[in-house]
Every structure is written in structure tokens, then in C-alpha cells.
Design a protein around this ligand. Sequence first.
Ligand code: ATP
Ligand code: MG
Length: 385
Amino acid sequence: MDNIIVLRYGELYLKGKNRGFFERLLIGNIKSKLEKFKCELICHRGRYEVVGYKKEDEPRIVSALKTVFGLKSLSVAQKVPSDLGVMSDMISKRLPEKGSFKIETHRADKTFPLTSPQVSAAIGEKIIEENSDLNVDLHDPDIIVNVDIREDKSTYIYTKKEECVGGMPVGCAGKGLLMLSGGIDSPVSGYMLAKRGLSLDAIHFHSYPYTSEQAKDKVIELAKIMSDYCGHMNLIIVPFTKIQEAIHEKCNSEFMITIVRRFMMRIAEKVAFFRDCGCIVNGESLGQVASQTLQSITVTNDVVKSMPVFRPLIGMDKQEIIDISLKIGTYETSILPYEDCCTVFMPESPVTKPTIVRAENEERKMGNFEKLIEEALDNLEIIKV
Ligand code: ATP
Ligand code: MG
């Protein structure tokens, strides 16, 4: 009997009438992950099966499925008819020649004539009758075999339930615009909200020649790594040099970072609007640096009027963020030593407690900055990732 992969979904269970909408998205996302393999997805109520794949593709299929938000766990299993004799024969074949084992039965099919404990006992007895080198140990077995009797008269047999990423299918929560720098934090913040079902476009502010082509390539690479989890995204590169030069020239240098941030936010809001994004996402974490104090966040947030700015990392420690970046594979790229535009023209001691009034006064020194914003918006580069 061929292996199959059983997929289980998580929170979607909680959805009432519109569960169909969530399931359709999830199925679509799974199918696009499986596109490059020869296999078939069979959808039952509450669970799915991947069948008909080549055994050698199994590890790669499993890895790919572990990046799909909305899936809670999976098991490589054998599917057999719900018949005690067939089940125990299959289990006998899977067990090692000697040692201890335990059968754990789950019975979704309540019409099956034995209860779950009775099934476990019957299979256990039959196996040890046929092989005296095996014994049942309910407390500390070498191997646990799961027997999952389904409503459709078939039974899954498996020994491992592997955790998947959980969350909600990408796309079910609409679209957001991720402010993607080359650092460790912003890719993680995008990942966290993709996990809650947001599909993403990303915006990156690039100050060539102060920041290099490599810095830009690094961001493209980060977006590519993230797209494993987050799906395809458009990466929008904003030419930011002139704006930074104007701020540097006209404003008090202590306010450089505050005002740079406000310009990023203004442009992000406009781009988000035109690209049908309902929110902005960034990687700020409270108190991590001068630009992320409560006062700094208040002053940068103030320029965004029409949509929420989500900061999923706001309460996280740096190490917690690093742990996630290691898990999703962005860390090694994030630590490559290319400069970010935030370091261009930065003063030794930026203000940590700016006010909106002071920031506005500094910006007034720049005259009609809307023109600069328009010019940047006219020269966006859009990269499909
Ligand atoms: P990260 O690790 O994400 O770069 P950080 O700890 O370096 O964050 P900052 O440089 O203060 O912190 O940036 C805070 C947030 O502002 C970033 O997480 C990102 O969302 C956004 N940001 C910073 N620089 C850029 C940029 N060049 N392009 C787009 N977004 C940016
Ligand atoms: Mg940074």
C-alpha cells in the first residue's frame, strides 16, 4: 500500500458559515505549493490527503507543506480499509522485529463496532500473538502507532504527527504593505502577519549611491526567502536619495531619523492606497533604538491617516525575533553587512523624545516637500518576487 500524507488544518475549525471561503484559499495555496511535484490533493471535510507522489519526493513535499499557513499538522500515513485484520497486518509490517509498542486509536466513525480502547487492545493482542519478540508497553513504548478510523470506512495508520506552521491561509485577511529593510526585524514582521492571513507587497527605500546595489539585491533576496511562506509579492523600490539629501540639508540633524521615518510612512501610505493594501506593516519593537521609543513612534505614526500601521514585533525581545528569522531562513541574509538608508547622514545622538510640533517645524524648513514625494512616486521600480 502506498504512503499518503494526511494534512490537518487548525483555526479554520472555528469558522462558521464562511469556512468555505477560508478552505478554498487554503486549498489553492496548498495546490500552488504542490505544483512542482507529480501528486494529487484529495479534500475531505476537516482534512486533506496528498496521494500518488513518488516516494523520493516525499521529504521535499513535506518540507513544502510545512510552509503553508493554515495547516496545523501532517502525518505520513498508510491508508487501509477499516478492517481489524487488514489494520493489524499493516501495523505488523511497519513495526521493528522486536521491542515495545503501543496502539492509540481514534474513532471518527462511531458506527465502527468496537470502541477505540477495544480496537487498540484487539490489534495489540493479535500482533503479540504472531510475534513473541514484540510486547505492549502502555507507559513507555519504543514506538506509538496511531490508528485513525475515518467516517468513510478507511483508516490511517501513522507513527508521527509533525507540526506545521499553523495560522490562517495567506490572502484571507486582505493585503498589507510591508516596509522591508535589509535588517533582521522587518522580514519577521511580514512573516508574522502573513501567518494571520495577510498577503503582502513590500516597499523598500533605497538611497543610491549612499546605499549600494548589493543592499538592494539583499532585500530582493529577503523577499524571495519570505515568499516561501508569504506567497508571491511585488517589491516596490522607492528612490529615496533626494528626500534624504533635502532633509539633511534643511533640518536639524538630531531630527534626521524622525523625519526620514515620517517620509517613509507618508510614501508607504500612498503606495499602499494605490496597490489596494489595507494596512502598513513594519518591524518596530518598543524601545529597541531611538526611533522606536513611544514618543518616536507617536511622531512617525502621526502622518498616516487612512489605515492602521501594524507592528507585530512591538513586544518582542531581539533574541525572540532572531529565533524566528533563523526558523524562516532570513537570518543569514539579514546579517550580510550592507548599509540601510537609515544609517545615511545619521547623527551621533538622535532625539529619543521628539514631539509632533517639533518635527513639523523642522519639516517646514524643507518648503514644498510634496513635490519630492511625487517625484519619488513617479520613479518607483516594481519587482515581482
Ligand atoms: P530591521 O531589522 O527591520 O531593519 P531595525 O531594528 O534595523 O529593523 P530600524 O532601522 O529603526 O530598525 O527600522 C524600523 C523599521 O522601519 C524596519 O523594521 C522596517 O519595517 C522599516 N524600515 C527601515 N528602513 C527601511 C527601508 N530602507 N525600507 C523600508 N522600510 C524600512
Ligand atoms: Mg534596519
